[in-house]
Design a protein around this ligand. Sequence first.
Ligand code: ADP
Ligand code: MG
Length: 242
Amino acid sequence: MSFLSIDNTVKKFGGLRAVDNVSFSMGKGEIIGLLGPNGSGKTTLINLISGALPTTSGEIMLNGMQLNGRRRDQIVRAGVARTFQLVRILPSLTLIENVMITAVFGRQAHWGAAAIQVAEQALEQVGLAGRAASKAGDLTYIDQKRLELARAIAAEPELLLLDEWLAGLNPTELTEGIALIQKLHRSGLTIIMVEHIIDAVRRLCPRVVVMNSGQLIADEKTEVALSDPRVITAYLGGEIDA
Ligand code: ADP
Ligand code: MG
């Protein structure tokens, strides 16, 4: 049995099929890149898996449990956490408060001292240890990205969905960011990462799934996909920098 399986999944916005009959599956502990030009449906697919949006049809299963049709909080409890393409930190709260919220509402529903401990560990994992009392709104962009990731980790997911988490980082930060994702993957997390930075995808993901106009156009080893004519055509005029 697959850890995650997505079967004939469709999401329509009016007449637009933003996710058009997509199927693929993943084993536990796998890390895959989710690629495709802007508007191809990547974020929508992440929204369907995480329960931010209901599916129009199809089935999404995690560990034998049907995710589609469940509330977002139930999906978090089932072990799914995600980051947002535009970070969703709470600027007026401190870092530890930002992260405690997801520990409390996460998979284990921690409370009190346990929630603080999980939140502190999450901040440490992303390199923000010692900044717990700072205000989130005062953070630099990279540190906001780190905090966004800490919030996802503090939910203690088994499946982590990253929506362009590496976007906008400078080269040094990018190296650190790649190492951080690698560390999370090695700790046993299953990861789907939407990513435009092909070099990062090459380093992190042995396999990629590629979307175009809502449809899955490739599900292959990364090196194979990046030289696949359908993938190259989909990206023509786009941002592939392989
Ligand atoms: P990507 O993340 O690959 O850039 P998206 O999943 O954000 O693409 O968008 C796929 C398509 O669905 C786009 O045409 C986008 O405009 C449309 N879309 C996304 N979200 C919504 C929404 N909430 N309502 C209507 N259309 C949407
Ligand atoms: Mg997107």
